[in-house]
Every structure is written in C-alpha cells, then in structure tokens.
Design a protein around this ligand. Structure first.
Ligand code: SIN
Length: 520
C-alpha cells in the first residue's frame, strides 16, 4: 500500500501546554499546523500541574531570578533565567489573562490570589484552586479546536523524525546539513503509518517520568522527544537532572498521585512517624526548601527509620480552608481513606520533571535545522540542576511563543526543501503485550532502584548493564512486530533510560537533583 503523505508548515508533536500554545501562536501568524497527541489533549502533564504558574508582578525580576538560580544549586543558565523573568509576565497576560480569561482564584475585590511554593522568597504564583494546569489546558485546547489553521489529531504517535540525510528519496540530500523535514507517524486508530512533511517540526512531548517506577507524570511520558532527537543526532544536555517531587500520595494499595507543594506553601509541614519536623534540621527553609533538598531528606529519613512514608501535617490550616483551597487533593485523598482535614497525608518522592532534554536556544532551535524543542522536552538551561516550583507552565508559554515567532519569520524568509520521504515498511506480526509490559517494568524498576533520588557509581554501572542488554531485546522485538503505541513507547523508554543513566554515570559531581554517593 502507498504511504500517505501530509504536508504542513508546522508539525507539533505533543499537545500539552507548550505544543498547544505554539500551535495557537503559529496559527495567528497564518501558518498551518498539525498538532499530534498520544491520547486526548488533556492527557498531558500540563493538565496535572496542580500548584500554579508564576506571575511576577513585583517589578523586581531580580528576586525571581535569584530564587530560580538558588533552586538550581547555582547552575541555571543566566541568559535563560533573564529571558523567563522578563518575558514571563507578558506571556501570562497575553494568553491566559487577556485572551482566555482563565478563572484564576481572586479575592472578593477581584484581585488575583498569590500563593507560594518551595524555594520561593515571595508569594508570586497564581492558581485555580489546586487544579491550575487543568483550568489552563482545558481553555487552551478549546481555543485550539476553534482555530481553523490547526488540525488536531489525537492518537497519532510520532515514530521517527524525517531528516534529509536519512529519509529523503533524493540521493544528493545526504550531503545537506542535518535538517529535519517532519516525521513518520502512526495513526493508532487504524494502524496506518503516514509521513507528515513539515517546514518546521516541534518536539513538545513533555517529560520522561514514566521511565521510573513511581512518577507524577501521565502515562506515555517516556521521553519520546529526547529519544527521537537522539536518533537523528541532535544535541542533548543535562539528562542526569531528573527532579523528584517530594510529595506524592503513598498509602498502601492506593494509586500514587501528586500532592501539591502549595500545601506546604500554605503552612503544611513534613513530619516523621514520631511527629518530628525533620526538615528543620536539614535546611533553614524547613519544609519549604527546594525540591531536591526535600526529596533527598525524605528518602534519607525513611532509609534510617524503615518507615514506608513521611507525613504531611496540615493542622496549621482550618478544615474549611483546606476544602476550599485544595478541593482536588481533599477529594482524592478522601476517596482512598485519608481525610486531610483531620489527619496527615502519607507521602514519598516520585519522578516529576526532566530539567535536561534536547538542547535548545531561547527560540526553541535545536542543533538540527528546522527542529525545535520546547516546554519540558527542550533544555535552555533555565532549570540547571534543579527546577524551581511553578516555573514549568510558564516555561511552556514563553518557549512556545518565542519558537513560533521565530518560525514565522523563517518560513517567510527561507526556502525549504521538502522531498518525498522513503516509504515506511512495517512487519505484520503482532507484538506480545505481556513481553512489552514486562520489559517496561524492568526499565522502571531499574531506573527507580539504581538511578533514582540517591545514586552511586556501582548502581549506575549495574543499571547500564541491564539496560544495554534489554535494549538489544527491545530492538529485535521492535523490528519484528507491527507498530503499536505500546511498542513505540517501549522503544523510546529504553533509549531515554539509557541516556539518563549514561549522563548520570558521566557526572560524578552531585548538584541539584543529581546526587551521587560513593557507595550506598
Ligand atoms: C506542584 O503543585 O507541587 C507541582 C507543580 C510544579 O511542578 O511546578
């Protein structure tokens, strides 16, 4: 069967906040956009962001820049930090406040309510109760659906990027500089593989938390963009810096889910099983220290005591305040037998955010021509070795806007070579789902146990050995079977896991969320 080929100005892979905001901005410039998502657009990490988004109206951007830099353990890229603190407020105003009028919490006089999270020296985070990401992404997705220049395709999974050197049917194209011109994509509903040819390809696939056993991320967050970019030779950076969120719900036999840091911003305190405020001895900021410090302290406390979890004590807040300000957490915990107006929340850390990713400049440009990486997938160095709370949604907005504006200019000025891609050939044998599930679990257990919150050279060496062997198996499995979302996910997960372990093993210096001990 002939392979169908689609053509567009911008192919956006991932429809979370970064991908969707890019699509809206590009469409405003008159560009055509294909916007792909693994599943429905609200099945994105952006949707699950609880705490809020920084809207710094203090007229003192230096204070925010200082907090981002301190949280990063002094390693953030100052140029990226300056860009975010100066451009952030306008990006929030333009899209979220003026255009979409998101229902952020306000007082009776209509003034925005600002909250605080770990590592912040001021209250500068706006929020919609404890479901900020959902409020934002639902409004953005509705606007995307009402924008004729954007074609949104749910369940369309990118397989591999197209480059002139690898996939063009023109032989001379292999002498061109490394240039992306779209992607092969699987329509999971029909099983058809198509080519999406594009002037600009934008990786906005979110994070990689699902390569770990415990994660706050949505299913499918296995670093798709990182793995695809690596396969075409793009520059990757800072992959060892995987942030672990200190507090996910941890009751036996209940699912793990994010317990927002804003609870600590409003007075919640971490305690051990004896009721001691163990963070006070670790950091002068106590329970509001930056995430790397808190996650590590919880791990160490639990290792020393043998307890299964720490406790988040909310007794400083009234029951009415808790129910009104944190309705999502309240309901979710109650559904699993914990009434947070009366008892503390059992919590442990879980993989949350990739501070590194595909190296990108402030316009999302990667080392591959016409390939962008934005949001969590790209890495400008904004977060350095550890991210400050509530910067991620803001980074999505700012990186999307500047990438789309730059692409709009390029598309007018440049000539693009968009050849016919070589046809995709796929075997017809069905993959055994039991093998896929087992291989994925092996990746997740290996990453959690050997490349998690506390790492050692010995553990990383062992992880690498296991993953290299597993990759061989996954690759032969992948080559022999009909493509499915699960198989694509497994292939990318093993590659991303190896890249994280490789980066961690090469960096003996503990910084931010990469913490290496000589031997455990
Ligand atoms: C949270 O609400 O604690 C998560 C938000 C973030 O990662 O910035």
């Amino acid at each position: 069967m002939m392979m169908r080929t689609f053509q567009t100005d911008c192919l956006v892979i991932g429809a979370g906040l970064a991908g969707s905001a890019y699509a809206l901005q590009a469409a405003k410039l008159g560009l055509s956009v294909e916007l792909l998502s693994l599943a429905e657009p609200l099945a994105a990490n952006s949707d699950w962001a609880q705490g809020g988004i920084i809207y710094d109206t203090s007229r003192d951007p230096a204070a925010l820049a200082h907090d981002i830099t301190i949280a990063s353990d002094g390693t953030a890229n100052p140029v990226a930090v300056e860009h975010l603190v100066h451009e952030g407020p306008r990006a929030v105003e333009e899209l979220l406040l003026d255009e979409l009028a998101i229902g952020f919490d306000r007082d009776a006089a209509g003034t925005l309510d600002f909250t605080r999270e770990g590592g912040h020296g001021a209250r500068r985070i706006i929020h919609a109760k404890d479901a900020t990401g959902h409020a934002i992404l639902a409004a953005v997705a509705a606007r995307v659906d009402a924008t004729p220049k954007i074609t949104r395709r749910a369940g369309w999974v990118a397989i591999d990027l197209l480059t002139l050197s690898h996939n063009s049917d023109g032989l001379a194209d292999r002498y061109e500089p490394l240039t992306c011109f779209g992607a092969y994509v699987l329509d999971t509903a029909t099983g058809e593989t198509v080519a999406m040819v594009a002037k600009k390809t934008i990786l906005a696939t979110g994070g990689l938390g699902q390569i770990f056993l415990h994660s706050t991320n949505v299913p499918g967050s296995v670093g798709h963009g990182v793995a695809m970019a690596w396969r075409v030779g793009a520059r990757l950076i800072d992959l060892e810096y995987v942030q672990f969120h200190p507090t996910v719900f941890a009751k036996k036999n209940a699912p793990r889910f994010l317990v927002t840091e804003a609870l600590r911003g409003e007075g919640g305190v971490l305690r051990n099983a004896h009721g001691e405020r163990f963070m006070d001895a670790v950091d002068p900021r106590g329970s509001l220290a930056s995430r790397d410090v808190v996650a590590r302290a919880i791990k160490q406390e639990l290792a020393a005591s043998g307890e299964p979890h720490a406790l988040l004590d909310l007794s400083a807040m009234t029951p009415d305040f808790i129910r009104d300000r944190f309705p999502t957490i309240f309901e979710r915990c109650l559904a699993h037998g914990v009434d947070i107006t009366r008892e503390p929340i059992p919590v442990v850390p879980a993989a949350h955010f990739a501070c590194g990713g595909v190296h990108a400049d402030l316009h999302g440009r990667t080392s591959v021509r016409h390939l962008n990486a934005i949001g969590e997938t790209g890495c400008t160095g904004l977060h350095g070795a550890n991210r400050l709370a509530s910067t991620s949604l803001l980074e999505c907005l700012v990186s999307a806007k500047f990438a789309a504006l730059a692409d709009g200019t390029d598309i007018v000025r440049e000539k693009f070579r968009l050849p016919a891609p070589r046809p995709w050939e796929s075997p017809t044998r069905e993959a055994d789902p039991v093998l896929i599930r087992q291989d994925m679990l092996q990746i997740q257990h290996t990453m959690w146990n050997y490349a998690g919150v506390i790492r050692s050279p010995k553990r990383l060496t062992r992880a690498r050995r296991i993953l290299i062997e597993l990759r061989e198996e996954v690759q032969s499995f992948y080559r022999g079977c009909r493509l499915t979302r699960e198989l694509i996910e497994l292939r990318n997960a093993i590659q991303t896991a190896l890249l994280v372990v490789h980066a961690a093993a090469l960096n003996p210096r503990s910084k931010g969320c990469h913490y290496v001990v000589e031997e455990e």
